[in-house]
Design a protein around this ligand. Sequence first.
Ligand SMILES: [Zn+2]
Length: 172
Amino acid sequence: MVPITDGAGVGTGLIIDGKLVRGAHGLPRRFAHLLVDPRGPRCGYGHRGCASRYLMSHVILRQLQNCTTYNDAVERTRAGDPDANRIFAEAGYALGVLIGHTANFLDPDKILLTGDGLPLYEIATEHVHNGIKNTYEDDPTLIDLDVQPFDFDEWARAAAALAIKDTITGNI
Ligand SMILES: [Zn+2]
C-alpha cells in the first residue's frame, strides 16, 4: 500500500506486509516535485511545473487574494469563485499525476489518500481522475484509491508511535 498525504506538505511512503519501508536515505523527500507541466510555474527549488507548485495548501492560498486560511479557500471554491475553482482544479490534476506515477512505478494494492488538504479531492475529484487518466499507463479502474478523512489525533498517535519505536530500536 502507498499512502499519499496532502496538506502543508505532500508525503508518501511504502507499506509492505504492514511495515513502513524506508529507503536508503529515509523516507522519500522529493515526491511532491515530480513533473506535472513542463511549461508550469517554478517551485522554490527552481523546478518548472512540479506537483508541489500546485498542491501544497500554502501555494493554493498564495494565489488567492484576501484568503487567509485553507478553509476560506475551500469555501470560496464551493461558492463558485472562478479563480479558486481554477486553482483547485490545477491542484487536483497535480494530485492525479502523482497517483498515476505511483501506480505506474509500484502497482500497489491500494493508494491511501489522506491529509488536512483532503477537501481538494472532494472539490476537484474530476480533475484528480483526469490527472490519473493522463499519467497511468494502464486501466485507471485498476487503481484502488482509498480516500480517508484526516484525523489529526490519529495522525499524532501514529507519529508518536513511530518516534517511540525508532527510539527503542535505535533507528533514528
Ligand atoms: Zn519542485
